[in-house]
Design a binder for this molecule. Sequence first.
Ligand SMILES: O=P(O)(O)OC[C@@H](O)[C@@H](O)c1c[nH]c2ccccc12
Length: 393
Amino acid sequence: MEGLVSLRATLPSFAHRPNRFSVRRSIPMDLHIRNLGPFASSSIRAQQLESEDSSATVAPVTVPEEDALKVKEWEVGMFQDEVAASQGIRIRRRPWTGPPLHYVGPFEFRLQNEGNTPRNILEEIIWHKDKEVAKFRERRSLSVLNKELENAPPTRDFIGALKAANMRTGMPGLIAEVKKASPSRGILREDFDPVEIAQAYERGGAACLSVLTDEKYFKGSFENLELIRKAGVKCPLLCKEFVVDAWQIYNARAKGADAILLIAAVLPDLDIKYMSKICKLLGLAALVEVHDEREMDRVLGIDGIELIGINNRNLETFEVDISNTKRLLEGERGQRIREKDIIVVGESGLFTPDDIAFVQDAGVRAVLVGESIVKQSDPGKGITGLFGKDISS
Ligand SMILES: O=P(O)(O)OC[C@@H](O)[C@@H](O)c1c[nH]c2ccccc12
């Protein structure tokens, strides 16, 4: 093995794009180390220096163009993750694949298992979504979607509907969720007819509806969204997705959505900016969801955000605490929100009229509710129970 270093390295925990190494087979050692970016100065280089062969020199080998491109791609991926981490985003993006122990040509990389295994349910969902969207994009390109949108009917005013309901009832406008199941609660309703539930919500006084479109974890679908839209339901519809790619926004619009969810725990600031601009361009409202003070401050720093959801459920641990809504609206944050005339939606874990009163006192003008109403035999009556009064007229 003259001229080559046998390398056994334990990469630091942010090495979650391990299979990117697999493209380096014919890359010479000096380039290899240079392109490892932060790794170069950490464990790999250290271990290289410690290795018995560290005095060996590397014969220059030409790098196939394709490999060099892949290395660049890998670097960009690393950079994105570093930017996300610097904004406090703990959700890492999907590694390209690859087993925990990876052999690369004459080099052997022992990658920490955690780099290849999602650390919590949200991360698992996001990694799955990355793969799913890549597949969908191959089937329907953005230009095909764009063509479809040329003839799409106009969107309905999601935020306007929430404001109008708030004015009409003096209570938070309701976004009622068409939700069959969730990873934390399992199946919520066996006899699940999305259109019937949507119509019952509308009769019961919901201002808007939220339709889960994730199939794997929430047993939802885009078909449900389309069915509800085509059934003549007038409430504006929120596409409840895990958006990781702008393609999904175009797709949601093509399937009849009037609004879409953007999760700050997943998306770096630049993505939120860029995606909320795309929403505006397409006539969709963007509901930007936050869960803690840091996420709230990030989102308040972005111009043009009109609708913020405070999730009372931590999507990494599933813990629900409705005082989260109150905490994030206290003091200066609440002040800034009022100044910017942002509508805040209290999300998750709302079951009783007291819960509604609690988040309303905290400052929300809208609520997003699933479980407590979808489980009722008549979800419309469920709304009356939740608000403690009939809000249908
Ligand atoms: O069923 P609940 O506890 O009333 O929650 C509804 C809604 O807030 C929840 O489904 C939700 C809020 N944010 C999300 C993001 C992804 C999936 C689901 C959600």
